[in-house]
Design a protein around this ligand. Structure first.
Ligand SMILES: [Zn+2]
Length: 459
């Protein structure tokens, strides 16, 4: 037991109880980002991370003003120029505890029951933040860390990281790294390590269509002027065929095709078509028939109407020809689509198809860049090997259908790919009452991060 890896693993093991106490401390800070009443606790959350990183000997430890909630930055570039630089991302903020009456334990107290630690943020993601710090601490204790490390621990992830796009762009040099570790993803099960290597992006639109100056009697005027609700429905309806293919010209031009290797991994996942049928309660599944439901939900782009508003929707009939109509709709995007290019294509489609007798306005309400990590990169392979060492089985590679804003910004603005992992399990009740962390899996994650750090040195 003299090489740094073994020394670090042993140190970590010997200090598990203290690490767990530290996690309980962090859980006890109600750093809820959504509710301004918790602003002082958000500050305390940031300060807790600062104190911990300072005590480990990190440099340039600081709380940065993002315009929103504060971000903790720190670095240690001791491995030198030739070594890779890893940016470790995390968030110290949590979801509100409501409804509090449904909790069996106080939400802002880490309460251990058997193998589980209960408390808001125990799994999402204070447990993961503490696990990554614990792994780095162990490597520092062992005296040789083969990688430069930067920390980016933000405080507004649970509100959608609204300040991060501008903030990351402004501090591109500070956050420059070879890759990012994002432990805010989870595992398929306690026995199946998982690497999430792709996330979808999004273009979210609001379309307003206006026709006559005021609501009209459809008996007097129906058939004389274009009905904005009809026109909105016709144009939006035309954007997708009955099999789920988006008909906007150019929409698929940048979509990265799935490889056979990826598809083979997806077939091993428990989310088969029957799973989607059961989860949705729909009569049958629908969508591009060349792809499985999982592929359609994670690796193919979509177009969905999210809401429609027009005319009369109260009780009974009212023969109105509405003056205006509005719809919210969004496209989930996959690598290498760009949300602004998609906006331009959608705008052009509407220009080309909408009737000239109505006026219209299209707004892009939000955008997120899709992200992907090369599965055979040195860093991803270092993580895969680390997980296999700890769990004894190869990790499964999956994509997810949602977006993590920061991961998109890192890739889109700084060219940094993220390795998305974590010890969160599907039944941890994230964002719900009685959120909990499975401690044996959490401990394995700490060991996996230690192996990961040393694997990077060998890569
Ligand atoms: Zn999270």
């Amino acid at each position: 037991m003299s090489d740094p890896r073994s020394t670090a693993l042993k140190y970590s093991q010997d200090n598990r109880a203290r690490t767990l106490e530290e996690l309980k401390e962090l859980v006890a800070i109600p750093s809820v980002s959504a509710d301004p009443a918790f602003k002082p606790d958000i500050q305390r959350g940031a300060e807790w991370v600062v104190a911990k990183l300072t005590s480990l000997g990190f440099q340039n430890v600081q709380i940065l003003d993002t315009g929103g909630h504060p971000m903790v930055y720190a670095d240690l570039m001791a491995a030198g120029e030739g070594a890779p630089t890893m940016l470790i991302y995390g968030h110290y903020d949590v979801q509100p505890a409501d409804p509090v009456e449904l909790w069996d334990t106080p939400p802002f107290e880490g309460v251990q029951k058997g193998e589980l630690l209960y408390g808001r943020g125990a799994s999402d993601m204070k447990g993961q933040v503490v696990a990554s710090i614990a792994a780095v601490e162990a490597a520092l204790h062992a005296g040789s860390v083969p990688v430069n490390i930067k920390w980016m621990i933000e405080g507004e992830e649970e509100t959608g990281s609204p300040s991060m796009a501008d903030f990351i762009k402004k501090h591109a040099k500070l956050f420059a790294a070879d890759f990012a570790l994002n432990p805010d993803a989870g595992m398929l099960s306690a026995t199946q390590p998982t690497i999430t290597y792709g996330l979808r992006g999004m273009s979210y639109f609001e379309l307003h269509v206006s026709g006559p100056a005021l609501d009209l009697h459809s008996g007097f005027f129906g058939g004389t002027v274009r009905n904005p609700a009809n026109e909105l429905a016709r144009v939006l309806g035309g954007m997708q065929d009955v099999d789920g293919r988006v008909t906007v010209p150019g929409f698929y031009d940048k979509v990265r095709e799935l490889t056979e290797e990826e598809r083979a991994d997806f077939r091993r996942l428990p989310q088969n078509d029957a799973f989607y049928l059961e989860q949705t309660g729909a009569k049958s599944l629908w969508g591009e028939s060349d792809f499985s439901a999982y592929e359609r939900a994670t690796a193919r782009p979509t177009l969905d109407i999210n809401g429609v508003l027009s005319g009369y929707t109260g009780e009974g009939p009212k023969t109105v020809l509405p003056a205006k109509a509005m719809a919210k709709f969004s496209c989930r995007l996959v690598p290498d689509q760009d949300p602004f290019e998609i906006e331009a294509l959608v705008r052009k489609y509407i220009e080309d198809h909408i009737h000239p007798s109505v006026t219209w306005e299209l707004k892009l309400l939000s955008d997120a860049i899709p992200s992907i990590s090369e599965r055979d990169s040195a860093a991803v392979q270092a993580m895969a090997k680390a997980q296999e060492t700890v769990w004894g089985v190869k990790p499964i590679f999956r994509r997810e259908g949602g977006s993590v804003p920061v991961v998109g910004h890192l890739q889109g603005q700084l060219g940094i790919e993220s390795i998305n992992v974590g010890s969160g399990l599907p039944d941890d009740q994230l964002h719900s009452p009685n959120e909990h962390l499975h401690l044996p899996t959490w401990e394995k994650e700490i060991d996996a991060f230690i192996h990961f750090i040393y694997n990077l040195g060998e890569g």
